[in-house]
Design a protein around this ligand. Structure first.
Ligand SMILES: *Cc1c(COP(=O)(O)O)cnc(C)c1O
Length: 483
């Protein structure tokens, strides 16, 4: 490219076109050859840093050189979340079609703060979230708003609950007041750490979070919740929010939402349902029983970026009455007044962000391309594969299931007796050896002190053969450890 053209303005159209085609080809090959990559990046810490220049280039570089470095430097440092044998944490993957949505969103570079600055984003968000609401079978009084992550959605839900409690915290804050009692938020012992972070961020403090005991299936015990609330009220505390989970992070267990809703109703407490992972499964008709009572919630978080093939990030907070978020957060500076506030929805009113990414676009691509049926079929297959894997575990005398399998996560461990039967270190060793082989990625949790392997099924690329492969790896490692 000649230096004249490089001086000012953007990349020349011809060059954009040329590299654009090249990049799409690159990505097509990537998705096609995912299985040839190691699941976990093999690099040591600082491998990448030590290979990059410490200061930026003074003169512009050739895009071809940048792309070559993607191959040479970036790819080795990538852990491939899309790999069909990524079974750790929650297995999440994008669909290639979702990437198209991101391309457009990046190109439009809309900041969806006001309807005026971003009508497409504002209106598409409403429509797509209403589609998703219908897919999940939620009543039409639920209105949604998109944030980046479930952590942020849940923080906003707790903020809404706090606003509803009528303590004028928006104006007066919480410090230096003797008219604000200790506020209480309740969840089970198996919740995601985002709830802890939410109460930290909002200034409620970890002291305000009360974790309720679970039964043997890792589900919150409603009687204990009821008792805890009675106890706290008697002590002068103010319960503001209960957060049951459908699909806990540890085991994907399901708290008894309907019973918890009864308790919340009785005490007039906000119920926020954390369905960040499993909410997607609500689109599968036979999964409905797990969600009984969630329609009674004040708010629900669901993450399409987790198990609906949408590229990270896209989390949805559904509220029975979104206007409470507006009461908590709306602040219209002079330069943001457009005169149409009464007739349009301005995204900035519903949270701490001003500008918001055009995230609805990628979900719109995904839902339209697969259709509701296509999405249901894919999720149903993931659940079938998880149950199949669980049946292999159950049929083997060397392994045991450690928790029920309501969705597509299997918690299990080796029980095969090694000489000194320390099952915790045996299972940890098996997991570490598989992970460092980079052929598959598993993670773990601790259940009643027992080191437990977790196998999550969720990649859009996963097939039965991939589970057979992990099963083979597990048994090989067990044999090796036992000898
Ligand atoms: C993954 C997960 C979260 C957090 O998700 P982010 O979007 O990464 O913040 C919260 N709750 C549950 C149950 C989850 O599975």
């Amino acid at each position: 490219m000649d230096n004249e053209a490089r001086k000012l303005g953007d990349i020349p159209t011809e060059e954009f076109r040329k590299y654009g085609h090249q990049i799409v080809d690159w990505l097509a090959n990537y998705f096609e050859n995912l299985e040839n990559y190691p699941v976990l990046s093999p690099i040591e810490p600082d491998w990448l840093k030590s290979r990059l220049p410490p200061s930026p280039p003074q003169a512009g570089e050739d895009l071809g050189d940048v792309l070559a470095d993607v191959d040479k430097l970036i790819i080795p440092a990538v852990t491939h979340w899309n790999h069909p044998n990524f079974h750790g944490l929650f297995s999440t993957s994008t669909s290639a079609v979702g990437v198209f949505g991101e391309m457009f969103a990046a190109a439009f570079d809309m900041k969806a703060m006001l309807w005026r600055t971003s009508p497409a984003s504002t209106e598409l968000e409403d429509v797509v979230l209403d589609w998703l609401r219908q897919m999940m079978g939620l009543p039409d009084h639920f209105e949604g708003i998109i944030y980046d992550t479930a952590s942020v959605s849940t923080m906003h839900a707790i903020a809404a609950a706090r606003e509803k409690a009528g303590l004028s915290i928006r104006e007066k804050g919480m410090g230096g007041r003797d008219d604000v009692p200790l506020l209480r938020v309740y969840c089970s012992e198996h919740v995601h750490s985002s709830i802890d972070k939410g109460v930290i961020t909002l200034g409620l403090g970890l002291r305000s979070l009360r974790k309720i005991e679970c039964n043997q299936r890792f589900e919150m015990i409603p009687e204990n919740l009821d008792e805890a609330i009675h106890e706290d009220i008697a002590a002068g505390f103010k319960p503001i929010c209960v957060i049951p989970t459908v699909g806990t992070t540890s085991t994907s267990s399901v708290d008894p939402i309907n019973d918890i809703a009864d308790i919340c109703e009785k005490f007039g407490i906000w119920m926020h349902v954390d369905a960040a992972y499993a909410g997607s499964a609500a689109i599968i008709p036979e999964m409905k029983p797990h969600f009984k009572g969630w329609e009674r919630a004040d708010s629900i978080v669901v993450n399409p970026h987790k198990w609906l093939f949408t590229p990270f990030d896209l989390s949805v907070l559904y509220c029975k009455d979104l206007s409470i978020l507006k009461e908590a957060f709306s602040l219209v500076a002079e330069y943001l007044k457009t005169g149409d506030e009464k007739t349009v929805k301005n995204g900035m009113d519903f949270g701490i962000q001003l500008g918001r990414r055009f995230r609805a676009l990628k979900l719109w691509f995904v839902i339209r391309y697969f259709g509701v049926e296509g999405m249901v079929e894919r999720l149903r297959e993931h659940c079938r594969l998880a149950r199949l894997f669980a049946s292999w575990v159950e049929q083997s005398s060397d392994w045991e299931l450690m928790a029920p399998v309501p969705f597509a996560l299997v918690c299990f461990r080796a029980t095969h007796g090694v000489a000194s039967t320390d099952l915790n270190s045996l299972n940890e060793r098996i997991m570490n050896e598989i992970n460092s082989s980079r052929k598959a990625y598993l993670s773990h949790t601790k259940l009643n002190g027992n080191f437990t392997l977790r196998l999550s099924v969720g990649s859009i690329h996963v097939e039965e053969a991939h589970l057979a492969k992990v099963w083979g790896l597990l048994n090989d490692r067990l044999q090796a450890a036992a000898n």
